[in-house]
Write a protein that binds this ligand. Structure first.
Ligand SMILES: [Zn+2]
Length: 171
């Protein structure tokens, strides 16, 4: 999955868990956090990201980091709107969704997310999601087809989440 699919999924979960009462800047930081969370396994850091795919895309590594993040949020975010459990659960969902989405590639190799305990792979290929090769350049028709497909597919979920929240607010 490209950053577009992960980002839209993070935003969808963020919309569904958006707490009332956040300021404009608070909402901006909130949604930026959900974008980052949904892309954590791909962040380019030493010993992380696609350089160390087994580690960065292991469900066990991510659960351990997520547990640490939750503890820190609960300690330092006490009484804050973004440290409430619905937000934390949605944030964890955004983070873990990354592994599921990466299993959707149509190359059928799936994702070996059980490192270091197993080399088993989660393989749930969807025929319309292709792997992205050779970046840069970003302007080949193939790249735009991949981006557009992810934008259309995951954009529907984001739109549905916005409609659900809007309808709930007006009841
Ligand atoms: Zn990834």
């Amino acid at each position: 999955m490209t950053t577009i699919g992960h980002t839209l999924t993070g935003l969808t979960l963020g919309v569904l868990a958006l707490p009332r009462g956040l300021s404009r800047w608070g909402r901006l930081a909130y949604f930026a956090s959900f974008i980052v969370l949904a892309n954590v396994p791909d962040i380019r850091l030493p010993y992380w990201g696609h350089q160390r795919y087994a580690i960065s895309h292991s469900v066990f590594t991510n659960l351990a980091l997520m547990g640490l993040a939750v503890v820190l949020v609960r300690i330092f975010g006490r009484q804050k709107l973004w440290s409430k459990w619905p937000v934390i659960i949605a944030g964890c969902g955004a983070w873990l969704s990354h592994l599921l989405l990466d299993s959707f590639y149509n190359h059928g190799r799936g994702i070996a997310m059980f490192w270091p305990f197993s080399s088993a792979r989660l393989v749930l290929p969807l025929p319309w999601f292709s792997n992205l090769h050779d970046i840069p350049p970003l302007f080949t028709p193939e790249h735009w087809r991949i981006f557009g497909t992810e934008f259309a597919f995951y954009g529907i979920f984001l739109l549905a989440a916005i409609i659900i929240r809007y309808a709930a607010r007006n009841q």
